[in-house]
Design a protein around this ligand. Structure first.
Ligand code: RIB
Ligand code: CA
Length: 323
């Protein structure tokens, strides 16, 4: 039986890689995508999520989520990283299927309850929808199998400031609510995702193996790789969001440290995720978070590339099954 997941996403170049990876992996069943602001405006994120599902002939739900953070003044979208429409230089698309009529947090509550215990929630954008879900339905913690997020950083520097990773920085209050709730959270953060790299040659090979979807991924990655070259001087793509998907299918590729996490919500270090060991903070009343602190980066990269090479074949198989 495939593992059911819902991906909460701000697509986004690496979000697209993660979502198409999940669509192509027979071990996963993507029940739905929920959109959130972050890399792009939420309207773009919703449209992009619908387009990714349509491109892959994947019949999953898409529900539109939050357009801004809970409390802080919104940061601008990361168009300089992901492109004006979210997929590098590629133009906006017009997917045919409409989004679900429910807002993301209500869609999440009703869908997770309908599959109680069976769904892994995989947020790879700011955690605003997840915090709104907890506010709307606090008992949902008993119905989610676990939450596997791409975000934060246990001990590595941030990527938008020296202290903060982008998804947390974009809504620190929401992240702190998510880490304080009584459920199982696995944090696939910069400690590990910055070690998983793909090269322009990898994406060129992917485009040969899967000309349709791999070609789209290569086109959108080209823009993203130019950003990384401008920042770190190397033509690479850091595989942030795909690493969270692979942490679900291949958890043994990672090692974890279990420790409570708090989020700094103001000041110079806003968005920093702070491990808070019970020995140092005995009065802190919040559950452990499983922080991924180690990764077999070679295995994660190879899993991403080998599974993604099947993206077009998986889409063609779905299309013929739908005929
Ligand atoms: O810091 C990387 C994260 O921020 C990724 O999820 C990327 O898509 C952006 O949302
Ligand atoms: Ca993302």
């Amino acid at each position: 039986m495939a593992q059911k997941i819902i991906i909460d996403t701000d697509p986004g170049v690496d979000d697209a890689m993660a979502i198409h990876l999940a669509f192509a992996d027979p071990r996963l069943e993507v029940v739905g995508l929920t959109s959130v602001f972050g890399n792009v405006w939420v309207e773009q994120a919703t449209r992009n999520a619908l387009y990714l599902a349509e491109m892959a002939q994947y019949d999953c739900d898409v529900a539109a989520g939050a357009s801004k953070p809970l409390h802080i003044v919104p940061n601008d979208p990361s168009h300089f990283v992901h492109g004006d429409e979210g997929f590098g230089d590629l133009p906006a698309q017009s997917p045919k299927k409409p989004a679900d009529t429910r807002p993301a947090h209500i869609y999440l509550s009703e869908t997770i309850r309908a599959h109680s215990g069976d769904i892994i929630l995989c947020p790879v954008g700011p955690l605003t929808n997840i915090a709104k879900l907890l506010e709307y339905d606090p008992e949902i913690v008993a119905h989610v199998q676990k939450v596997v997020i791409m975000g934060g950083s246990g001990y590595a520097p941030g990527n938008v400031t020296p202290f903060a990773e982008a998804n947390i920085w974009n809504d620190p209050h929401a992240a702190d609510i998510v880490f304080a709730a009584n459920w199982t959270v696995e944090m696939i953060g910069l400690d590990v995702t910055t070690k998983v790299e793909c090269s322009p040659e990898d994406f060129a090979d992917l485009a040969k193996a899967a000309p349709d979807i791999g070609g789209f991924i290569k086109e959108s990655a080209d823009f993203y790789i130019r950003f990384y070259e401008s920042v770190i001087g190397r033509k690479v793509c850091l595989m942030h969001d795909p690493s969270a998907i692979i942490a679900i299918t291949d958890p043994d590729f990672f090692t974890y440290e279990s420790v409570p996490v708090s989020v700094i919500v103001e000041g110079k270090e806003i968005g920093r995720t702070m491990p808070m060991p019970k020995s140092d903070y005995p009065d802190l009343n919040r559950p452990d978070v499983r922080i991924a602190t180690g990764v077999n980066a070679k295995a994660v990269r190879e899993a991403y590339l080998s599974l993604s090479a099947q993206m077009d074949n998986a889409a063609k198989a779905r299309k013929s099954n739908q005929a």
